[in-house]
Design a protein around this ligand. Structure first.
Ligand code: ZN
Ligand code: ZN
Length: 366
């Protein structure tokens, strides 16, 4: 049985548990998770129909059928063409199950969810995440292996970036960002998992700075936050480095504090610990150093097919960590108009603690 089929069977038993009959998924992360079909939604309806009992069915436009059949374990692929529209194929796929409660892909386009509601006026509807989010929180071996590969590509890229040393001075953020993306691809990555962040000097104080035209100067702290995908799974890693020269006053101290906070939070990760306790471990180090009000975001987020997914590592978070969960640990301190420092690694919750997926140097000196 493929990992995709195994997940589908588990989803089917959860469907029964929550009193729903059918999962109806348009292309997207949840559809990929169960079927292996990795594509975007388009104006032509494609739908994976997973009943509580029996085998799943795809309803797809004729022109996409061959490529979908080639990438999925799902045998039943019903097609529709542009003259007839998807209605009859959809009716056939749903008829066997006469669903009374359907769970729809959370990010299905409204035009498709409304069409389903019109076809099934007596049914009730909910979100697929009700069944799939709890499954996706704990990664299986295939997922962990993809996440490890993506993290290794990010680590190798970070080593390449450090090796630039003084050669990075004079390059723009945008230029360095393009270099990062080229190296990610050279290390086996497919595209970027999110917009690459290169924040030099004061720009590093904006946690989501978009790489721009600022030239990197000697002594600039530079925040680099980037990720790629391998086998559909992302990496997400941050380092703050100084390529050449002496950093501004207070930078070394702030970097030490963030590094200590990050280590404390990673040390706190183990099964049974709450996400709130992990956040507290990082935040208390930063508060004790007097920078509590400059740590302006949560300590981390779950990572899987989505770069941001459950569980959030947030103040007061009550989710208990379980083996197989993967999250980022990324405390930061942001001093407006001066510089920012963030250090981020992904960690897997293991049976007795945590495994760091990112292992490159966390220091600031290149
Ligand atoms: Zn990041
Ligand atoms: Zn992150």
């Amino acid at each position: 049985m493929t990992p995709f089929e195994r997940r589908t069977r588990r989803a089917q038993s959860r469907l029964v548990d929550v009193g729903a009959d059918v999962l109806a998924l348009s292309p997207g992360r949840n559809c990929y998770y169960l079927s292996g079909v990795d594509r975007d939604q388009s104006d032509r309806l494609s739908l994976l129909v997973v009943p509580a009992d029996g085998d799943p069915t795809f309803v797809v436009p004729t022109l996409d059928a061959a490529s979908i059949r080639a990438t999925t374990w799902v045998d039943d692929v019903w097609t529709w063409d542009d003259e007839t529209g998807p209605g009859p194929a959809l009716d056939t796929a749903l008829a066997d199950h006469s669903p009374s409660r359907l769970l729809l892909a959370d990010r299905m386009w409204t035009q498709f969810s409304l069409a389903l509601r019109e076809r099934l006026p007596d049914a009730s509807f909910g979100l697929a995440s009700e069944v799939l989010a709890p499954l996706r929180r704990r990664k299986d071996d295939a997922e962990l292996s993809a996440l490890r590969s993506a993290a290794a590509a990010a680590d190798a890229t970070m080593r390449d970036v450090r090796a630039l040393g003084a050669d990075a001075v004079g390059r723009t953020e945008r230029d360095l960002s393009a270099y990062v993306e080229k190296r990610l691809a050279a290390h086996g990555g497919e595209g970027v998992a999110f917009d690459t962040i290169v924040g030099a000097g004061p720009n590093g104080a904006d946690p989501h700075h978009a790489s721009g035209d600022r030239e990197i100067r000697a002594g600039d702290p530079v925040v680099l936050d980037f990720g790629t995908r391998i086998d559909a799974y992302p990496s997400d890693q941050t380092r703050t480095v100084v390529f050449d020269g002496d950093p501004p006053a207070a930078f070394e101290r702030v970097h030490d504090v963030v590094r200590e906070a990050q280590a404390a939070a990673v040390d706190a990760v183990e099964p049974g610990t709450t996400t709130g306790a992990v956040d507290r471990a990082a935040r208390s180090v930063i508060e004790d150093a007097g920078y509590g009000d400059r740590f302006v975001h949560r300590t981390g987020h779950g990572v899987g097919l989505d770069v941001h997914e459950e569980p959030n590592v947030v103040a007061g978070g009550e989710t208990e960590l379980e083996p197989g969960m993967v999250c980022s640990v990324e405390p930061g301190v942001y001093l407006t108009d001066r510089f920012g420092v963030r250090i981020e690694d992904l960690v897997v919750v293991t049976e007795d603690g945590a495994e760091r997926l990112n292992r490159t140097d966390r220091g600031w000196r290149c």
